[in-house]
Design a protein around this ligand. Structure first.
Ligand code: UD1
Ligand code: UDP
Length: 353
């Protein structure tokens, strides 16, 4: 049986791994490696518990640190795993430091790489994730794209071979887990009425690394006339404390929530304010208008369809976007039909024979 080593380390990668691991394990010997990039219970274990993700075969326990140190330690530790396991494929997800470390380790050992969520570009090279994406794509043998835009981005960089449009595995996860999310008591726990609150998430380096940027984010959140629930990423919680910043009184901070709770909160929100990649897409699928607190996005389709607005961190743009009527038509299905994991497994099988 063909052996695949999969690398996951950060919250969105656990969510993506849920449908993919379940599918791969029907036909392959999958070895799951957790780099330890995220390690708090609410950033890691909660997803394994709630989503039934298989226990990692290796937990590298790398933890937090500056980019070079974190990525370098992962690179060395993943190399050791690959030398031990000698897999047929190395599978990585998305654009984090765990993704790049996995890709580099495999490339040096001549192990073919499959990249899920290939081809995304913000065209902003100051964003650490953009470097991770570009380098990973240029090392990969199989490139699984969620959108036609991603396929086109790769073509523009001269990458044509091994590129497959398979849809988005986050859609697989969303459809699969939504029925379970319907039972979540999270709205009533926080006394929220469907359609009468705003959901916020913020964790990008560009929004959290300076006091000025983070203060501007808070000023944007203060524009909402509805109560704002903000499950706060540990990076952002630490930054608020470091800069002695206090959120406006209409904003309620809560610890990060599990995926089922998050789906329930997203689905019922009036608006979503975020700088997350995954959350922009989930807002679109739920037809909840999204304000993205960034200057650019990889998920350009959501903006083109009118369901997402790039507001930067300008209060005026936030106010305008919160006053906009909803688009007239429902968002078309642009991220696949929920069978991306099955398409990926099929391509892995046929590419290996
Ligand atoms: C990382 C990814 C980002 C992804 C995000 C998903 C990189 C460069 N960034 O950003 O692409 O969108 O994950 O959430 O790979 N921390 C904790 N507990 C944890 C994890 C982090 O306290 O369990 C704190 C630490 O102070 C750490 C900081 O958060 O220094 C940042 O964590 P890190 O994984 O480096 O980056 P993220 O901002 O989480
Ligand atoms: N998410 C979650 N709990 C939270 C915040 C986010 O389960 O408190 C989920 C969210 O629904 C999405 C994913 O985490 O599926 C997005 O991860 P994140 O925003 O950390 O990273 P990004 O997508 O920006 O890389």
């Amino acid at each position: 049986m063909m052996k695949i080593v999969s690398i996951a380390g950060a919250r969105p990668q656990f969510i993506k791994a849920a449908p993919v691991s379940a599918t791969l394990r029907q036909q392959f010997n999958e070895i799951l490696v957790h780099t330890g990039q995220h390690y708090d219970h609410g950033m890691s274990a909660v997803f394994f518990e709630e989503l039934g993700i298989p226990e990692p075969d290796y937990n590298l326990g790398i933890g937090s640190g500056p980019h070079g140190q974190q990525t370098g330690q992962m690179l060395a530790a993943i190399e050791a795993v690959l030398q031990q396991e000698k897999p047929d494929w190395l599978l990585v997800y998305g654009d984090t430091n765990s993704t790049l470390a996995g890709a580099l380790a495999a490339a040096k050992l001549h192990i073919p790489i499959a990249h899920i969520e290939a081809g995304l570009r913000s065209f902003n090279r100051t964003m650490p994730e953009e470097i991770n994406r570009v380098l990973t794509d240029h090392c990969a043998r199989l490139l699984f794209c969620p959108t036609q835009t991603a396929v086109d981005n790769l073509a523009a960089e001269g990458i044509h071979r091994g590129v497959h449009l398979v849809g988005d595995v986050m859609v697989d996860a969303l459809y699969y887990f939504l029925p379970k999310a319907a039972h979540s008591p999270i709205l009533s726990q926080h006394h929220l009425t469907p359609g009468e609150y705003v959901l916020a998430t913020i964790h990008r380096a560009s929004n959290t690394d300076t006091a000025e940027a983070l203060a501007q984010v808070l000023a944007c959140l203060a524009q909402s006339q509805w109560p704002v629930l903000w499950p706060i990423h540990p990076r952002t919680a630490a930054a608020l404390q470091r800069f002695s910043l206090t959120p406006p009184p209409t904003v309620r901070l809560i610890p990060p929530v599990g995926y089922l709770e998050m789906l329930a909160l997203e689905k019922n929100a009036r608006f979503i304010l975020t700088d997350s990649g995954g959350v922009q897409k989930e807002a679109y699928i739920f037809a909840v208008p999204c304000l993205t607190l960034r200057e650019d996005t990889e998920w350009v389709e959501t903006v083109a369809q009118g369901w997402n607005v790039l507001v930067g961190t300008e209060e005026e743009k936030v106010r305008e976007a919160l006053a906009r009527p909803r688009p007239d038509t429902l968002p078309p299905q642009l991220f696949g039909d929920g069978a991306a994991a099955a398409h990926i497994a099929q391509h892995l099988l046929t590419s290996s024979t």
